[in-house]
Ligand binder design. Structure first.
Ligand SMILES: N[C@@H](CCC(=O)N[C@@H](CS)C(=O)NCC(=O)O)C(=O)O
Length: 264
């Protein structure tokens, strides 16, 4: 039985998993899931069994059902080791895992906050401007950190392309999509970004995401999307510390913000 990825194409966590699968040349079926909407079909049930918090990505491989992009990437490298995406040396592996943790928590929270303001229009003008200034400074600092990571390294992963690149790129692409491109203040990072964007695995994932976005734009016209957005840990922390505590309270009162589903 072939592998399945339950996905929302815009999710950076989903993109990590699909880039890894394409790099490894492992065929898989894509199953579209909108985690904010309760489904009732067999595929939705399979999704919930794998991911009680109802978060994408989910990977199924025969009887194996997995949620969480980091867990999935670990599994793929152990189950399908060729080509291996983690570097060989223990200290380099640890460095790459730290990078992944930073990108999935600290960095993702900034992109999340920006999308709350720019795409979902959840802050009035003056507050929106303040939040975006803070976000832009935070991105500059994160990019400084990533620029240092490329000192003496061709790839985030080291000499070869690998996990370090797979886990950083989707979040950088996310910032670009939200209107925060890299500049020549981060020359190594800019070069690296172009090299990664040129890989066929990455182009494929970006095309799938652009295709999804085209469909959404047609559906929604010019109105901001009205979906319910899931807050948790670092996303909550970002909104609270950056000056948007009232956005959370208002979203909870209006039902446009939720937390992970409780187990059934
Ligand atoms: N720790 C998880 C996080 C995955 C995640 O946050 N997924 C989001 C999409 S970006 C989701 O499915 N949220 C549920 C919702 O929006 O209702 C991972 O690394 O896979």
């Amino acid at each position: 039985m072939s592998l399945k990825v339950f996905e929302l194409p815009l999710s950076a966590y989903v993109q990590k998993v699909k880039i890894a699968l394409y790099e490894k040349g492992i065929p898989f079926d894509r199953v579209f899931i909108d985690p904010s909407e309760k489904g009732d079909g067999l595929e939705y049930q399979e999704f919930v069994l794998a991911s009680p918090r109802r978060e994408v990505p989910v990977l199924t491989d025969g009887a194996t059902r997995l949620a969480d992009s980091t867990v999935i990437l670990e599994y793929l490298d152990e189950r399908y080791p060729s080509p291996r995406l983690l570097p060989e040396a223990a200290d380099e592996r640890a460095r790459v895992r730290m990078l992944e943790e930073m990108m999935d928590t600290e960095y993702e929270a900034v992109n999340w906050g920006i999308s709350e303001v720019k795409v979902y229009e959840r802050a009035p003008d003056e507050q929106a401007a303040k939040l975006l200034i803070r976000a832009s400074l935070q991105l500059q600092r994160l990019w400084n950190r990533l620029e240092r990571e490329l000192e003496g390294r061709h790839w985030m992963n080291g000499r070869e392309f690998g996990r370090g690149d797979v886990v950083v790129y989707p979040h950088i692409a996310g910032s670009q999509g939200l209107g925060y491109p890299l500049s020549d203040r981060h020359p190594r990072l800019m070069d690296w970004e172009k090299r990664v964007a040129g890989r066929s695995s990455v182009k494929r994932v970006l095309n799938e995401s652009a295709e999804f976005l085209r469909g959404k734009r047609l559906e929604q016209g010019d109105e901001p999307p009205d979906g319910v957005r899931q807050y948790r840990d670092h996303r909550l922390e970002w909104m609270m510390k950056t000056g948007g505590a009232d956005i959370i309270v208002e979203g909870l009162l209006r039902g446009t913000i939720c937390f992970a589903q409780e187990y059934e």
